[in-house]
Design a protein around this ligand. Structure first.
Ligand code: KG4
Ligand code: ZN
Length: 337
């Protein structure tokens, strides 16, 4: 079964053709980073306009790279939530137009579900049930993936997402957008023990996260140093920040896995590209003899191949939308069924 997938939830316009949820026939991504870099972050209106400009060319290229015609496709899958609403609407409307013109079924895909599905591409034999740490620019969740379309949120952030925290810390350190990626790069040789940062404690749930205090602590260290005319060591402060985020993410995930009886763990989302997080997760899982699955680096960030992978399982479970499909800026991962 071949699915054309469209993704436009943030600042990448992407299209891909995926066979049976696992085999990527094409994967085209037009990144808008160079457009947003001067603003230090994604400007939603610019993102929407860039998607509108790029989407038909990106889709044509994905079809050409895959070497398939519309007659050979079985469905059109599209990210419809969560994300920047103006950005999502471009992809959703384009996919609706394709569905209308071709008569192919339209499959709505939740963005975080698709991040999880990136693992099905990287690991062809990987199947639910498993526990997944989903960490992106907007979300930090510990999710029990009971089946391909059956999810339960076990832990979540109470404030900032892990990616958002690292992006803001990176920005305060003077690093360019996209912050998390650059923070990872400059921190490679840093000493994570040099700066003592708070390990946020969240009352009420042992699996929830809170990253806004950590972000503020990093900003305060930078401001205090500036007031004294001193410079912070960006590699060391960056390494300390990442280490603290990784500590929180890894320890809550391990606790959740132990208490809910999972020994199969996965990582997903843009932050799953972080080298320290990958290394820490690998070490902790290895210590316990657990299996760890991580998407290959090129599938960690936003792409449409992962949408095609999840779209396959959504289609199999009968999740087909009508042409009245809308986009949503927010939507819990366990709401769609
Ligand atoms: O999943 P994603 O591409 O978009 C969203 O759905 O939000 O995630 C983007 C987030 C950004 O916060 C970005 O800085 C972060 O993932 N990120 C990283 C790394 N690569 C991307 N954070 C830390 N280390 C990285 N290597
Ligand atoms: Zn994403």
């Amino acid at each position: 079964m071949k699915i054309l997938a469209i993704e436009s939830s943030c600042d990448e316009t992407a299209a891909a053709v995926v066979e049976d949820g696992r085999k990527v026939l094409s994967n085209v991504i037009a990144s808008q980073v160079s457009e947003h870099i001067i603003y230090g972050g994604v400007v939603p209106e610019i993102a929407s306009r860039m998607h509108a400009q790029a989407i038909s060319g990106v889709t044509a290229k994905a079809m050409e790279d895959a070497g398939v015609s519309y007659a050979e496709l079985d469905a059109i899958a599209v990210t419809y939530a969560p994300g920047l609403i103006g950005a999502l609407l471009v992809g959703v409307n384009f996919a609706k137009g394709l569905s209308y013109a071709t008569g192919l079924p339209l499959v709505p895909v939740h963005h975080l579900r698709s991040h999880i599905a990136a693992n099905y591409i990287t690991h062809p034999d990987f199947e639910p049930p498993f526990l997944c740490l989903v960490v992106s620019g907007g979300h930090s969740h510990i999710v029990a993936v009971r089946d391909y379309t059956d999810f339960e949120i076990i832990g979540r952030t109470r404030d900032d997402a892990a990616g958002e925290c690292m992006d803001k810390a990176a920005r305060a350190m003077g690093l360019p957008y996209p912050g998390g990626v650059n923070l990872d790069r400059v921190s490679a040789e840093g000493n994570p023990a040099l700066y003592k940062l708070p390990h946020p404690h969240v009352d009420g749930s042992e699996y929830d996260f809170s990253f806004s205090g950590l972000k503020t602590a990093v900003v305060n260290i930078i401001h205090n140093a500036a007031q004294k005319g001193e410079q912070v060591s960006v590699p060391d402060l960056g390494a300390s920040c990442i280490e603290t985020v990784a500590d929180c993410l890894v320890s809550n995930t391990m606790k959740a896995a132990e208490n809910f009886g999972f020994s199969k763990i996965a990582l997903a989302g843009g932050v799953s590209a972080n080298s320290r997080l990958r290394a820490r997760m690998s070490k902790e899982c290895e210590k316990r003899g657990w299996e760890l699955y991580m998407p290959e680096l090129k599938l960690c960030g936003d792409n449409a191949a992962m949408v095609g992978a999840q779209g396959f399982y959504e289609l199999k479970s009968g999740n087909i939308a009508g042409l009245e499909l809308n986009a949503f800026a927010t939507m819990p991962i366990d709401e769609q069924n």
